[in-house]
Design a protein around this ligand. Structure first.
Ligand SMILES: Cc1cc2nc3c(=O)[nH]c(=O)nc-3n(C[C@H](O)[C@H](O)[C@H](O)COP(=O)(O)O)c2cc1C
Length: 214
């Protein structure tokens, strides 16, 4: 009986691993198991290297489950002293998206997007003293996590900047009814891609030094 159970568990685990990595490489089950770790790493790296700003979207709506996955990705980001000094506003209301488009002359893509996420700093949760402005880095890390999750899930997005441009902070705060303690860092415009821009090659050796500045 125990033998049967053990055999069943081994076969199920094998099938599950084979299923998980089937899309990664055409290999036999044993090869898949051997290369599973390597394949997982490549998938994450490829996702980073293929992310690029997408500014045109189809009319397809984004499900609430997918919105939550994106928000969870944002909240998985590192923050100074784990302070999590943020608040996310997910916007799907057509009228609000159009109002947001008017807050940024470089944000016209909001007019055709089905979703935007405003990533905001929560000043009640930001650190006191010299570390106060860490909220900007914390919220930037959350923003990049959302952009990467967007790419992994087959959506497209673009980061549109708000803070530190005072006029935009005021305009976005008004549209989203934000209290003074909630400061919008950016609005991520999201949808299913209606364009396939090539990721830019930004590798420049002049931007790198090893050990000391050269
Ligand atoms: C702080 C910040 C503000 C940005 N603001 C805008 C914006 O208002 N409108 C826009 O179309 N793109 C905006 N972008 C996107 C950049 O233009 C884009 O990331 C850059 O050109 C590099 O292209 P890539 O994202 O395809 O690698 C912003 C990006 C950052 C990081």
């Amino acid at each position: 009986m125990n033998m049967k159970k053990t055999l069943f568990s081994i076969l199920s685990a094998g099938a599950l691993i084979a299923f998980c990595f089937a899309g990664c490489k055409n290999t036999t089950t044993s090869e898949v198991v051997e290369t599973a770790g390597e394949c997982g790493k490549n998938a994450a790296y490829e996702n980073i290297m293929t992310r690029t700003s997408v500014r045109s979207y189809t009319g397809r709506l984004v499900s609430s489950d997918t919105v939550e996955m994106l928000l969870r990705a944002g909240m998985a980001a590192p923050t100074a002293r784990n302070s999590q000094p943020w608040h996310f506003v997910a916007i799907t209301d057509r009228a609000k998206l159009d109002e947001l488009a008017a807050t940024n002359k470089h944000g016209r893509m909001l007019q055709e997007a089905p979703l935007a996420i405003a990533v905001c700093g929560n000043m009640d949760k930001a650190l006191d003293g010299d570390g106060r402005d860490y909220w900007i880095q914390d919220c930037s890390a959350a923003t990049e996590n959302i952009l990467l999750a967007v790419n992994a899930l087959g959506l497209g997005a673009v980061w549109t900047g708000v803070h530190p441009i005072k006029e935009r902070v005021e305009a976005v705060s008004k549209v989203l009814n934000l209290p003074e303690t909630i400061v919008p860092l950016c609005v991520i415009v999201i949808g299913y891609p209606n364009e396939s821009p090539q990721p830019k090659d930004k590798w420049k050796t002049e931007n790198v030094s090893y050990n000391t500045f050269e």
